[in-house]
Write a protein that binds this ligand. Sequence first.
Ligand SMILES: Cc1ncc(COP(=O)(O)O)c(C=O)c1O
Length: 401
Amino acid sequence: MKYDFTSILDRHGKDAIAVDAIGSGEGMAPGAPKEGFDAIPMWVADMNFPTVPTVQEAIIERVQHPAFGYFSLPDAYFSSIIRWQETRNHVTGLTRECIGYENGVLGGVIAAVSSFATPGDAVLLHSPTYIGFTGCLTNNGFKIIHSPLVKDENGIWRMDYADMDAKLKANHIHVAVFCSPHNPCGRVWERWEIEKAMEIYKANDCIVISDEIWSDLTLDGHQHIPTQSVSEDARHRTLAFYAPSKTFNLAGLVGSYHIVYDSYLRDRLQSKSSKAVYNETNVLSVHALIGAYRAEGYQWVDELRQVLSENVRFACETIWSQFEGIEVSRPQGTYMLFLDCEKWCLAHGKTMDELLKAGWDVGVGWQDGRPFHGTWSIRVNLALPFSRVEEAFRRLKEYVF
Ligand SMILES: Cc1ncc(COP(=O)(O)O)c(C=O)c1O
């Protein structure tokens, strides 16, 4: 491998809640480990890898010029995105007018929901659900209607189309948030699955807000299919959101973008975000994106995907063969495992709080999955050097399961 995914990065004191919030009692942070154990961060969705060097190079190049006044998005911003989307996602016909900066994917998703629904209205989401959707939609006064994903006979999470259709109709829903690839279940939806979902959205006159922030992190050769690519109707029904932040570990720089082909949808979104005055670009985040989408970034992501695929393979095989009562569906994308601990907890007479704490005590900084709408779930972030993943699973085997 050309890039370093094996060194252990010391993130302490470097603006990283992943390590510095452990034991703080804040939000969803894991509890502190007992003496003798160091903390292994396996919760918040960022990575314990250094980003591709071209990100730092692009930022340093820009910082060397000593003025940071008002600016417009440079041509390189748009051409970098168009090239990235063509190469990674096989997108054709994308023009710069369809692309717009968003101050975070979550910010874009909420601006889009608010463009087509008002507080009190129902919005359809699949469950389990990314906790950020739950917080933002609820705090903004929307009513979330969940359509649960169901595991098929091979343990693969699938959409329940009849349930989606019934809930859209019963609740008069005209806006849905679609997460592709899916956090926390790790599904990379197949084309037929997206087509079928989009037919149901069409039949119910429902606009689709497609969060594709995880699109670059597909595993084991799975290919991301952009929602907008499945039909002409989908292209005009969907507002899609992307970012280099999950892919390149840039969440702290803030900077995402939308792709919206339909001029009516685009005008409504732009109208909303211009009035909110929140949606201003930071010049360093623009240069970070340009740096990330240089040629080196393509190779870096391919190497990262191999590393993540190997971590996921190791973790799933260990669970299946050694952690009886813990169930997991192998993720096809993201770097998250979503464990189902029901059988283990019932067999051992333990509560979820006790199980979570047993991991935290030995430094396994995993995350409570209940706020993601998984009653017996724990979410585990595997974006760490393999040696750390191995150590975490050794401790789980020796002290927890
Ligand atoms: C599905 C999904 N959307 C959005 C976000 C947050 O994106 P941003 O930091 O750009 O708002 C996350 C972060 O984990 C996520 O998993």
